[in-house]
Design a binder for this molecule. Structure first.
Ligand SMILES: [Zn+2]
Length: 293
């Protein structure tokens, strides 16, 4: 390859820095960069023209249309992650978050939920004092309020209940063993069916108790650290995408995003939605979150 060719190749790669990431929502093929401009065109249309089986039109989109959507994505999801991580400091913040519908899209939500479930199931209704802080448990609404971390409250609930749960588990396991012994000597089909159902129910209880006894703290810190890492990565990606170093933009976006599915209106051929599939986390739709119509 001579110098001129190298130069040409670099240039082309930079101009279409979203190459390989964009997919046509109709045929599922990649959108490929158009040599003449900064647009990306549905490959099916580009190769086959109008007569293609998937019915793709000349769907095309320029960098300039995708970039603000990417900015919006990084800004919004980065912000959400930061809010989730900040709630680590105060259980009342976690409680307030449960009303946000987007929260379900964050993995931290799942762990916060599990901790809250455990706390409300194992600490009595009413006011508790943990490390001199007032903590209110409402078992009816499954709410936990307090100016200390959810982790501290969870640890308290775990410490005061683990022994009791272990005893309960041992009891259930003994009961299961007894039934199992008896099962062997059962003569009729009906008796065995009944014993089967009984053992099935105890098995469910054993599973539930084992689940409760599994400390969540380790999993919690793993997810928390990962969320912090992602929040920082999204923040820095936002800055990069706002800049104009195309090569760098391509690298950063590829680290975080798997693919972006572009959907077009069949009649107007306008871009109506970009679905972003990140490497980690939930898919995000520009139509739902950004308002491309
Ligand atoms: Zn297509």
């Amino acid at each position: 390859m001579n110098d001129r060719e190298v130069h040409k190749k670099t240039n082309r790669g930079d101009a279409h820095w979203l190459s390989g990431l964009l997919y046509c929502g109709k045929c599922g093929e990649k959108m490929s960069g158009d040599k003449a401009c900064h647009d990306y065109i549905c490959k099916t249309y580009k190769v086959n023209g109008k007569k293609n089986e998937s019915g793709c039109q000349c769907f095309r989109v320029p960098n300039a249309e995708i970039e603000p959507i990417l900015e919006c994505y990084f800004e919004e999801v980065g912000h959400r992650l930061n809010v989730m991580v900040a709630a680590d400091q105060n259980s009342s913040l976690v409680h307030a978050l449960f009303t946000e519908s987007w929260m379900k899209e964050c993995e931290l939500h799942y762990v916060y939920m599990k901790m809250t479930d455990f706390i409300t199931a194992n600490l009595a209704q009413g006011i508790h004092y943990i490390d001199d802080s007032e903590v209110i448990i409402d078992q009816d609404t499954m709410d936990v309020y307090g100016e200390i971390t959810l982790e501290e409250i969870y640890n308290e609930a775990y410490a005061s209940n683990a022994k009791m749960l272990q005893e309960k588990l041992a009891e259930k396991e003994a009961e299961f063993d007894r039934l199992f012994e008896r099962y062997k000597s059962l003569k009729t089909e009906m008796a065995r069916e009944r014993a089967d159902a009984e053992m099935g129910m105890i098995e469910v209880e054993i599973k539930k108790l084992k689940g409760q006894l599994e400390p969540l703290v380790e999993q919690y810190h793993e997810v928390l650290d990962e969320s912090k890492r992602l929040a920082a990565a999204y923040e820095s990606a936002l800055e990069t995408v706002k800049g104009n170093e195309n090569r760098r933009k391509g690298e950063v976006v590829r680290q975080l995003i798997d693919k972006m599915i572009c959907r077009f209106d069949d009649d107007s051929r306008e871009l109506i939605d970009v679905e972003i599939i990140p490497k980690t986390g939930h898919p995000w739709s520009s139509q739902r979150n950004y308002g491309t119509t």
